[in-house]
Design a protein around this ligand. Structure first.
Ligand SMILES: Nc1nc2c(ncn2[C@@H]2O[C@H](COP(=O)(O)OP(=O)(O)OP(=O)(O)O)[C@@H](O)[C@H]2O)c(=O)[nH]1
Ligand SMILES: [Mg+2]
Length: 430
């Protein structure tokens, strides 16, 4: 396969990176820049934050003003020359341009700067690639990367076609593009088939059934908020239900028992990022669907990040985009151990929110209790009688509900059970 069908740009782990943040007021620049509602220093910090999620060292960063777009390199000659000096001076292996680059601009910049060049979407794709754990997740990332490249190839292609129309020739590059387009198309079709097959495996279907019966709680939040750390802390504080199926098929999903005895499925998700490229929103629909079907969302905020409010707003935007805006949400402020707002000793929690430190375990058991309460809001408490020999119905009650009281008298159990409204109705029919 030709090299330009490889992932856009592999960033070296532990590598040395520079960030360049173009800014400008030219209208034609607008579609190329992130639409973040951030101040400039915040936007630069955000770009660096993205790279740090990939364990690379950012040693040089700057904001540059573009008064016009230079088609070949996006950046003007003076900026490129200065950037080339920075590449030399800091031995940069990669330069991230916090904007949208065309494939041609990317290649041109790589030639001039003599190092890898990656744009914002490229970095985000790499973050998702590094986070994908399951077979389905990996396939989805590859799909996203390919459709990203396809859209860029198509842009380049139509550009060349315009050139041909004005009398300039396309030449061998044009033929290569045609081949690349066909290869990508074939690979995309194959990936889609593989993804369908993976999703149809019996294990995944059984897992979906278990999830449908058990309340599910999904952790969502901005990248780096501490979701995965908190996921592990919560799994440690509850009782992990040994379920090999969950462990092997999806390391980001665990079945556990809360201290009250209520069983839940806890789901970690990939972090949200402002300005999520639409290729990713599409390709990650399956991952995000976990969120739309959950009974409760824990929106994890990084209380130690001075931008946590803007990040929280971005997460709400994405939740709305995927149709999860009306979900029951508990706001959880994490990293309380390092959150130190100016002039006050403790972090001021918004009303109804819970504060935790996934690192120290502070607040984690209170969080589980709050999750328990919220999940059981609107549940019905029934008093039922079941023959002690009726193992099937007893097992059903324990699997679906929270048995809060029980008494055995003459081979007959009297149980107090909390059940979801739908389960209470199902019980009547059982
Ligand atoms: N001090 C402190 N650090 C924390 C806490 N929770 C998480 N971290 C750190 O924050 C960083 C990000 O944590 P993760 O759990 O990977 O964050 P995430 O939300 O899963 O990130 P993505 O998967 O990229 O969305 C790690 O370096 C953690 O060690 C906390 O309570 N206190
Ligand atoms: Mg994570």
């Amino acid at each position: 396969m030709p090299s330009n069908i490889a992932p856009p740009s592999k960033l070296p782990r532990g590598g040395v990176v520079g960030v360049l943040m173009p800014r400008g007021t030219e209208p034609e620049l607008a579609p190329l820049l992130p639409t973040l509602k951030r101040t400039e220093p915040q936007r630069l910090a955000e770009a660096i934050n993205l790279l740090q999620a990939l364990d690379v060292a950012v040693v040089h960063s700057e904001a540059v003003t573009l008064s016009k777009i230079t088609p070949k390199t996006l950046l003007g000659g003076g900026v490129v020359a200065r950037l080339a000096e920075a590449v030399q001076a800091h031995s940069l292996e990669v330069v991230m341009i916090d904007a949208v680059l065309s494939p041609r601009q990317q290649r041109e910049l790589e030639l001039v700067l003599q190092c890898k060049v990656v744009d914002r979407t490229g970095v985000i794709l790499e973050i998702f690639a590094s986070r994908a754990r399951t077979a389905a997740g990996k396939l989805q990332v590859e799909l996203a990367q390919l459709s990203y490249q396809q859209s860029r190839l198509v842009k380049l292609w139509s550009h060349l076609e315009r050139q041909r129309a004005t009398g300039k020739t396309g030449g061998p590059g044009e033929r290569q593009l045609e081949i690349d387009k066909r290869l990508i198309k074939a690979r995309l079709a194959k990936l889609r088939t593989e993804l369908r097959e993976v999703q149809q495996t019996r294990g995944l279907q059984r897992m979906a059934r278990v999830r449908a019966q058990t309340p599910t709680v999904a952790l969502v939040g901005y990248t780096n908020a501490g979701k995965s750390t908190l996921f592990n802390a919560l799994v440690g504080a509850g009782t992990l239900m040994a379920d090999a199926l969950f462990a092997t098929l999806d390391p980001l999903m665990r079945k556990l028992k809360l201290p009250s005895g209520l069983e839940i499925v806890l789901i970690d998700t990939v972090g949200f990022i402002a300005d999520l490229p639409h290729e990713l929103v599409e390709a990650f629909k399956a991952t995000l669907e976990e969120v739309t079907t959950a009974d409760l969302l824990l929106h994890i905020h990084d209380a130690s990040n001075p931008e946590h409010e803007a990040q929280g707003a971005d997460v709400r935007t994405v939740l709305a985009q995927i149709g999860a805006a009306d979900k029951k949400i508990l706001h959880v402020f994490n990293k309380l151990d390092v959150a130190q707002p100016e002039g006050s000793a403790t972090f001021a929690l918004p009303k109804g929110a819970v504060g935790v430190s996934a690192a120290t375990g502070e607040g984690v058991s209170q969080l589980l209790n709050r999750v328990n309460e919220l999940l059981q809001e609107g549940w019905h408490t029934l008093t039922v009688q079941v023959a002690a020999a009726d193992g099937r119905r007893l097992a059903w009650l324990h699997a679906h509900g929270d048995v809060v009281g029980q008494e055995l008298l003459d081979d007959q159990w009297t149980l107090q059970v909390k059940l979801r409204a739908s389960d209470a109705a199902a019980w009547e029919k059982l």
